[in-house]
Design a protein around this ligand. Structure first.
Ligand code: B12
Length: 213
């Protein structure tokens, strides 16, 4: 089977909610030498887009979103050991999902990649209110703040964090990168953050650049 065929099978297994096949195909993909991020981007990424579309058109329901989330979490456990670092120590990052938002699969992928790249990551979890972000920045003194947001309703919460950083005099102390499906470069510019990441690798490349500055 070609790499493309096998990645297509990962995608189909997630859309079909077939956990066992998804796990088996992922293992085959890794054995065949396919890079974990290609599985994440072209397999998982395009599957979740389809699952999201089916949810919007009411062909799938919340139970399918939950199941897709569970399958992806389990696939990530298989991929994690294959995500390798170049070993150089990087910067400290405070990471969290915006208030009101419980999505954490993308955030956890970002965390795994960052840790593999030698970043020290303080993961505040999901549904993180502004105060907790601010407190963590005061206490941990990270060089980077990374926020994930998946639902549009929580996007204003990210803006609140930016306003609080300014108000508390912390804005100059951290670079801020935002990622997640509804985020755009325009949104990042509008709220005055520093970086927009389309996917985890994009985000990590931005952070690596900042760490070297
Ligand atoms: C799985 C899923 C769930 C699971 C989440 C499980 C979990 N533990 O995370 C559950 C079932 C809990 C769920 C719940 C809901 N969900 Co939901 N969910 C999804 C789904 C299908 C996949 C999301 C996912 O995990 N993607 C896989 C990861 C790998 O992709 P990702 O998150 O985009 O992350 C990548 C990049 O964006 C980036 N990235 C992400 N964050 C960050 C951060 C930084 C700093 C960086 C650098 C990069 C980065 O890197 C990642 C890897 O490359 C999406 C569909 C979609 N198109 O996204 C809907 C979706 C996000 N959900 C949606 C909705 C509406 C809901 C609910 C409101 C449904 C309901 N009626 O209850 C609730 C919300 C609950 C809440 N308060 O948060 C909508 C949001 C619409 C919107 N724009 O507001 C979507 C888009 C579905 C849709 N098309 O309608 N959901």
């Amino acid at each position: 089977m070609t790499d493309e065929d096998i990645i297509k099978k990962v995608k189909e297994a997630i859309i079909d909610m077939d956990l066992e096949t998804a796990k088996n195909v992922c293992e085959n993909a890794l054995n065949q030498g396919i890079k974990p991020f290609d599985i994440i981007k072209d397999g998982i990424g395009s599957a979740v887009k389809k699952v999201g579309d089916l949810f919007e058109t009411k062909e799938y329901f919340l139970s399918e979103l939950i199941m897709a989330g569970e399958i992806i979490t389990q696939i990530m456990q298989i991929l994690k050991p294959y995500i390798k670092s170049d070993g150089k120590a990087k910067a400290k990052v405070v990471l969290g999902t915006a208030k009101g938002d419980m999505h954490d699969i993308g955030k956890n992928i970002v965390r795994n990649f960052m840790q593999a790249e030698g970043f020290e990551v303080i993961d505040l979890g999901v549904d993180v209110p502004t105060d907790r972000f601010i407190e963590a920045i005061r206490v941990e003194k990270p060089q980077i703040l990374a926020i994930s947001v998946l639902i549009s309703a929580s996007m204003p919460e990210v803006e609140k964090v930016m306003k609080a950083l300014n108000k508390e005099g912390l804005r100059e102390k951290v670079k801020v990168v935002i990622g997640g499906a509804p985020v755009t470069q325009q949104f990042v510019d509008d709220i005055g953050a520093d970086g927009y990441a389309n996917d985890a690798i994009d985000g990590i490349n931005i952070c690596k650049r900042w760490a070297q500055e």
